[in-house]
Design a binder for this molecule. Structure first.
Ligand code: HEC
Length: 168
């Protein structure tokens, strides 16, 4: 008798959890459905990144696996830009030079074996677009921190000595 009387409750509970599960799944599908992650930044920096950078650095700037191991041609695979690598060690000025002049700005006569695989975007992106894509990359760092300091804060300090160039 008891079992029969509790059956409708069980039924309602099952229906309710199915309904909740479908709401949850729909919410997940809409937040992960796009090809570009949802981060707070101008959509334009995000679009520039998706169109020009994601092919190598990954849709969320996660980089390639084994990015720090040199390939047989002497180039490195594209590193993460999302704060997991060392991009945040570079001030705005150096980030700008790497993107507009290409990774050859990183080549060092003291390490002649290094060949850069990072293309130059100076002909393809305007000054504003270059700054926007860098601001977008920085937005990927969120609140990650190293040695107790937010990496965005430490990058800001480095940038005081090496700011963005003036626009033309
Ligand atoms: C063809 C692949 C490729 C594309 C496309 C590409 N990169 Fe790179 N990028 C690399 C590689 C490889 C490196 C590693 C350094 C090197 O080899 O010069 C790199 C390095 C960098 C670095 C230095 C990272 C660090 O931690 O020192 C930044 C910043 C960067 N890329 C930003 C961008 C941005 C922004 C775009 C799009 C506008 C872009 N890259 C497009 C391959 C690419």
């Amino acid at each position: 008798m008891h079992r029969y009387s509790s059956a409708p409750n069980f039924f309602t509970a099952t229906l309710l959890s199915l309904a909740l599960a479908s709401i949850f799944l729909t919410a997940c599908a809409s937040s992960f459905g796009g090809s570009v992650p949802l981060f707070s930044s101008s959509s334009s920096g995000q679009e520039i990144f998706a169109a020009n950078c994601a092919v190598c650095h990954g849709v969320s700037g996660e980089g390639q696996p084994d990015w720090h191991i040199k390939r047989s041609d002497g180039t490195l695979p594209p590193p993460p830009l999302n704060g997991d690598g060392h991009t945040w060690h570079h001030g705005d000025g150096l980030l700008y030079r790497i993107i507009s002049q290409g990774g050859k700005t990183l080549e060092d006569p003291n390490y002649p074996g290094f060949k850069s695989g990072m293309p130059a975007f100076g002909e393809r992106l305007t000054h504003e677009e270059t700054v926007e894509v860098i601001e977008y990359v920085k937005s990927l760092w969120g609140d990650k921190s190293k040695l107790g300091m937010s990496i965005r804060e430490s990058q800001k300090l480095v940038s005081e000595q090496d700011p963005f160039p003036e626009g033309n």
